[in-house]
Design a protein around this ligand. Structure first.
Ligand code: NAP
Ligand code: FE
Length: 367
């Protein structure tokens, strides 16, 4: 794992020497409000100022950033002659920062980011998460939306592992209940999917178990939204561990399923995973009983069945889905690459059942 992780209260201010000398001009890639609201932006600006590094703030990342959004921001970073990129926010700005860093040194159409062609080294990237979910601060992935189709596609490149990730739990305090829950289940799904992945290793399992154990112990408090500093800190730590896990294993079909709801119905990434999670767990249990029973013991559950029940209570949302939508979601997810790392066979019928678990009725009216 190529990222140096610094975690703790006020960790940017206390480790300013790590940024001093990193560049002349930093482009700060963020969303519209959260970088400011969380307090992260002020801390970063103060440290850059102390280090004599000038900065341009580009607070334009959309949620689920698309390629047009990326192109506009990289044009601005280039115009400012940035020689370092700081991604501040949730997964959207951190992923956007990775793409912008690549486009600043490569005169290419953003679509070429996904192509297997030789590219120059990106600008150095620094990451400051303000959500506790994606783990993007410690992954080589950038998940982007293709504007023409609305579908998500990701690129992976070891050179976009952030050089340093600064994890200050304070920056996550301003998340409301929905963003907190949605991002926490995303982190849990990374750890779970990494654990069951065909690419899991003994080392990734250690981190996956630790991450799931921590998040699970906080589920009740998540449901009641009792977010004291210790809970916030635990979630940020666990999401970072889960990020390290998927940087080794990738995700599995649950992410492919969730993308169908996010791209077509605008449901947030984490919530989409959370809604489909219980039915995914039940389907997996049919063929992976022993492994999942063992997992339950390792993360402190009396029996595996408790897990889908707990997640189902946190994400009771249901959707109206037309038969046409159902068909297209099944086709989308069955061809998603994450199915290749999934340890059980999922045919169209099985996948359809998972989508049906979040369906209210066959009404054709949109959600
Ligand atoms: P996000 O899209 O980055 O942010 C969701 C919302 O939360 C935005 O409105 C954002 O506001 C707000 N927000 C962020 N931090 C906040 C804070 N501290 N206080 C209040 N509001 C805050 O959400 P995310 O779930 O973290 O990221 C999702 C994206 O990451 C998706 O595109 C997903 O595909 C991707 N992802 C990437 C990886 C990876 O390995 N690279 C893994 C999983 C998911 P602003 O708009 O103002 O910032
Ligand atoms: Fe995810």
């Amino acid at each position: 794992m190529l990222t140096k992780v610094i975690m703790g209260d006020r960790c940017i201010l206390e480790n300013r020497k790590l940024l001093c000398g990193a560049g002349r001009t930093a482009a700060i890639i963020s969303g519209k409000n959260s970088a400011q609201k969380s307090g992260a932006l002020d801390d970063i600006k103060m440290v850059l100022d102390d280090c004599g590094i000038s900065c341009v703030v580009i607070p334009e990342t959309k949620t689920n950033p698309d390629l047009d959004n990326i192109r506009q921001m990289s044009d601005k970073a280039k115009a400012a002659d940035a020689d370092m990129i700081i991604g501040v926010g949730g997964g959207s700005p951190m992923d956007a920062a990775k793409a912008v860093a690549m486009l600043c040194t490569n005169d290419i159409d953003p679509r070429v980011l996904f192509a297997d062609v030789k590219k120059a080294d990106p600008l150095p990237i620094y990451a400051v998460p303000t959500t506790a979910g994606t783990g993007s601060e410690v992954t080589p992935y950038s998940v982007l939306t293709i504007p023409e189709t609305g579908n998500k596609q990701s690129f992976s490149d070891d050179r976009v592992f952030p050089r340093i990730a600064f994890l200050d739990p304070h920056y996550t305090y301003t998340m409301d209940k929905d963003v907190t829950l949605d991002t926490a289940i995303d982190a849990f799904s990374h750890a779970f999917e990494g654990y069951i992945s065909k690419r899991a290793s003994r080392t990734s399992d250690i981190l996956a178990i630790e991450s799931m154990r921590i998040i699970l112990s906080r589920f009740q408090r998540l449901g009641d939204f009792l977010m004291d500093p210790a809970v916030r800190k635990d979630l940020l730590y666990a999401s970072m561990l889960a990020g390290i896990v998927i940087s080794q294993t990738g995700t599995t079909l649950l992410h492919g399923l969730g993308y169908a709801l996010t791209c077509n119905r605008g449901i947030s990434h984490g919530r989409a995973n959370g809604m489909l999670f219980p039915a995914y767990l039940k389907a997996l249990y049919e063929s992976k009983r022993q492994k999942l029973d063992m997992l339950a013991i390792r993360i402190g559950l009396e029996e595996f069945d408790m897990l889908p029940d707990m997640i189902g209570q946190l994400f009771p949302d249901k959707l109206k889905l037309s038969s046409e939508e159902l068909r297209s979601f099944v086709e989308y997810s069955i061809s998603h690459k994450s199915i290749g790392y999934t340890p059980a066979d999922f045919d169209r019928e099985k996948i359809q059942k998972i989508f049906e678990s979040v369906r209210i009725n066959e009404d054709t009216t949109a959600f």
